[in-house]
Structures are given as structure tokens and as C-alpha cells.
Design a protein around this ligand. Structure first.
Ligand SMILES: [Zn+2]
Length: 270
């Protein structure tokens, strides 16, 4: 009986050692400089309020954002030098398609012009346009690595999925909903979820960042208007979030989505 007990205990210890060795073999996912979470501050649709309010606020705090430009937008045509300056300051210019095509079928999509109906655009047409978008962005900022955010969260062009055709063209793609990534090791860089905050308080924005820090992952904010324009968040709420991130740089690594996802892909390969 005593001998059997010793054997069982030895086996148990042996298994525990093997189990802990297996855990130790899996390298822990780490953020640069010991940060607990990564924060992506992104802004879609190329809006005046982003140039007027968001970028000056980011610059005041020394934080970098990602701006997903709708390349046919009047703001880009009329204020291109300012977007170029933003890129020179370290902000990311991302691809948000040429014409922001979305399906006109869901409720509340009356604003989508008939000529921009994604249901009437083929995968081949859309992919070709998005590649022209990358060429335009290269002409603006001289860079060749890009990320993409899909307009309206619509996955299909002409009724067929299109994102799979763009994997060679982008470092990463945002699609799907959710503020905080659940697990960095299993995150698909070509289906990164985002939260679109609208009319929220600074405390609500900070809460999302704190949840990311608690889970050791990342939070993806996709803003639109800041202190104006559509789907807007007030300048005060935006400012509160930025001040919180700037005060706690030891906790948050705030960088462009492109830089964060390059790090994520390297970590996933380890
Ligand atoms: Zn958009």
C-alpha cells in the first residue's frame, strides 16, 4: 500500500512537471516595453473634424492614430496637404475604399447612393478599386505597407465575400465588432474586431481601454466625427481618453494599427 502510494505520488509529480513544461514552452504574448495592452485609435471616412480636432489632440498628447480615408472624399481632394502632414507626423493613412460602397438593403442605408451599392459591385471591381486606393495612398505618403477597414462592416461585394482576395495587399484588416480582443495568439490579423463609439462619454471610452489592460490584449476604437460630422464623439470625451492613455504609457501602448499588427504577427510567429 505504502509503495503504491509513493508510485502514484511520483507519477503525479512527473505529470505536473510535464504539464508545467508544456506551458513554459508556449512563449507568452508580450507588448513592447512591458505594456499591458495595445490601443488602436482609428478614424474612418476622411472627415474635416478629424483634421480640425482629432489630429491636433493626438499631437498635443504625442499619440499616433490611424486614419482610414475614403479616397473619393471631398475632404481628401480639398485638404490633401494636411493629410500628408499628418502622415509625416507619424499617423497612419489607411485604406477605406475609393467610394465607400455599402449594401443599400439594410434599414437605415438610404444614404448609400445607387451608384455606390455594394450589391451591384463585383468582387473583381471592388478589389481592383481598393488596389488603386493603395496606389493613391502611396502617392500621398510614400509608404507601401497598409491596413484596411471595410466600409459598413459589409463582407460581401455583389453577394460574394471579398476580403479573402486582399490578404496579399494588407498587413491587417478590420472586420467584425467588439472593442477588446479576447486572445492575441488566436486573433486573425485579417478579421480584427472594432468598436464604433457614438455619443459616448470619456468614462465609457476609458472603461474599454481598462478592460483591454485587464485582459492583456488590445482595444480597437473606430471613431468617425470628433466634435462634429457624423457618428460623432464629443471633443471632450475624446480628450479624456487621450489624456488617460498619455498619463499611463506604462500600461498602454498606443500606436498605429499598422505598427500594432506588425508586432502581433511577429509575436504570433514566435
Ligand atoms: Zn466608413
Amino acid at each position: 500500500m505504502g509503495h503504491e502510494f509513493v508510485v502514484i505520488m511520483r507519477l503525479a509529480v512527473c505529470c505536473l512537471v510535464l504539464a508545467s513544461a508544456a506551458v513554459a514552452d508556449e512563449p507568452r504574448f508580450v507588448w513592447p516595453n512591458g505594456a499591458r495592452a495595445a490601443v488602436s485609435l482609428a478614424y474612418d471616412d476622411a472627415l474635416d473634424s478629424q483634421l480640425d480636432h482629432a489630429i491636433p489632440a493626438l499631437n498635443r498628447h504625442g499619440l499616433k492614430g490611424s486614419f482610414y480615408l475614403t479616397l473619393s472624399s471631398t475632404t481628401l481632394a480639398q485638404r490633401m496637404p494636411e493629410w500628408r502632414v499628418a502622415a509625416g507626423q507619424g499617423h497612419e493613412l489607411g485604406n477605406h475604399s475609393l467610394f465607400h460602397q455599402c449594401s443599400r438593403r439594410p434599414a437605415g442605408r438610404d444614404w448609400v447612393l445607387p451608384e455606390n451599392d455594394l450589391d451591384q459591385t463585383s468582387v473583381a471591381q471592388l478589389v481592383a478599386q481598393i488596389r488603386v486606393g493603395n496606389t493613391m495612398l502611396h502617392a500621398i505618403d510614400g509608404r507601401s505597407e497598409r491596413s484596411y477597414t471595410m466600409p459598413c462592416g459589409d463582407l460581401d461585394a455583389g453577394g460574394k465575400p471579398y476580403l479573402g482576395k486582399l490578404r496579399q495587399d494588407f498587413i491587417a484588416i478590420k472586420s467584425g465588432h467588439g472593442a477588446v480582443v479576447a486572445d492575441m495568439r488566436t486573433l486573425d490579423p485579417y478579421a480584427v474586431p472594432v468598436w464604433v463609439p457614438v455619443a459616448v462619454s470619456g468614462a465609457q471610452l476609458i472603461d474599454a481601454a481598462q478592460r483591454a489592460a485587464a485582459s492583456g490584449t488590445m482595444v480597437n476604437f473606430t471613431f468617425h466625427g470628433i466634435g462634429g460630422d457624423h457618428l460623432s464623439v464629443s471633443s471632450a470625451a475624446h480628450e479624456q481618453l487621450l489624456a488617460h492613455l498619455a498619463e499611463h504609457r506604462d500600461i498602454y501602448w498606443t500606436d498605429t494599427f499598422l505598427n500594432i499588427m506588425k508586432h502581433v504577427k511577429r509575436e504570433q510567429m514566435r
